[in-house]
Design a protein. Structure first.
Length: 345
């Protein structure tokens, strides 16, 4: 089932035109030269091309248009039908609980969505949240942090930290608690970990970062090399960071690549082999390791930015989400075992 109800008839026609244009571009391109990337199936190439054309169209139609499309022109996944979503006030921050079976989950995840700080919501990211809830057997608190330009930096960062502290104040044990986020949400995870560390508060057991946006003002390298294949462009990201944090993009809560990273929780970092952020994500993983952080870094060949959000559509995304769920489960279980062993001694 595809949801269209939040879009006007005009917006619906615009999305249909973009979709047909993407399909025609892919089919004609494959007739002329084969797949655009060696590892791309027809489905993968259509998904990448449609994503790129849709995001690029926001330069013409505006951010509110892209928000409406992101939330509405999407299928309801099988995972979403197996969980229950319910709104909650997380210390003054709007959020939603996602629970596979109310009251049964032992673990808690905090999910921070991506969207360049200007788009995205708990509704647009329901599939990835539901996947994690089921894969880790966890209740997931998805944060609807404030977006720019209505609420500029550091509103999003403050909301995510408030939600994390609210969970701990509700009695969530740090060793049974993990963070996860995609793109800008990955950077928000790191900023939250750093803020907890700097305040002398407990670190969660771990954090899973999907294609984290770690250096908003980076240039060259994969930002140029992979632009023909990715769903994002450097110009778009530059525009979004200027909307979110004019003159403040070097703040370590945004440019986490250059932040002080020691003493934060273990990280699982996933990057896509054809995404424009690849170089900065790889450098971030290296700097975190140098700082003494337990880091596992995985690159998925030929994939595009945030492909994890399409786990019901792409086999590579399904594999990535399953691997991430197992890693999170191992980290949570390992911490629990350590505590139990210590208690017996």
């Amino acid at each position: 089932m595809v949801l269209w109800r939040a879009m006007s008839p005009t917006q619906t026609l615009q999305v249909l035109r973009i979709s047909l244009s993407a399909l025609a571009e892919v089919l004609l391109g494959r007739l002329r030269r084969g797949a655009a990337r060696p590892g791309w199936s027809l489905r993968t190439e259509i998904a990448a091309t449609l994503g790129r054309k849709t995001v690029a169209s926001s330069e013409r139609y505006g951010i509110p248009w892209l928000r409406a499309v992101q939330e509405s022109a999407r299928a309801v996944s099988a995972a979403e039908k197996r969980v229950r979503f319910s709104p909650v006030d997380a210390g003054g921050v709007a959020a939603q609980w996602c629970e596979p079976e109310p009251g049964a989950a032992e673990n808690t995840l905090l999910y921070l969505h991506g969207g360049g700080y200007v788009i995205g919501s708990v509704r647009s990211h329901r599939e990835v949240v539901a996947d994690l809830a089921l894969g880790v057997n966890a209740r997931v608190l998805a944060v609807d942090y404030r977006l720019s330009p209505e609420h500029r930096f550091p509103a999003a960062q403050d909301d995510c930290l408030t939600a994390a502290r609210w969970l701990l104040q509700q009695g969530v044990a740090p060793h049974r608690f993990a963070l996860a986020g995609d793109s800008a949400g990955g950077a928000l995870c790191v900023a939250t970990l750093m803020a907890l560390r700097d305040a002398g508060e407990p670190q969660p057991a771990s954090a899973f970062l999907i294609s984290p946006w770690t250096d908003p003002l980076a240039a060259g390298g994969s930002l140029d090399r992979h632009e023909p294949f990715d769903v994002l462009t450097r110009k778009l990201l530059t525009d979004w960071i200027e909307i979110h944090a004019p003159g403040a993009a070097r703040d370590p809560r945004l440019s986490v690549l250059n932040a002080k990273l020691d003493s934060i929780a273990p990280l699982l970092i996933h990057a896509a082999g054809a995404e424009i952020l690849l170089d900065q994500i790889r450098e971030f993983a290296g700097r975190a390791r140098t700082a003494g952080v337990d880091v596992e870094f995985v690159v998925f060949d030929d994939m595009f930015h945030d492909f994890h959000l399409l786990a019901s559509l792409l086999p590579q995304a399904r594999t990535a989400m399953d691997e991430a769920s197992r890693w999170l489960q191992r980290k949570l279980d390992a911490n629990d075992s350590t505590i139990e062993t210590g208690a017996r001694h």
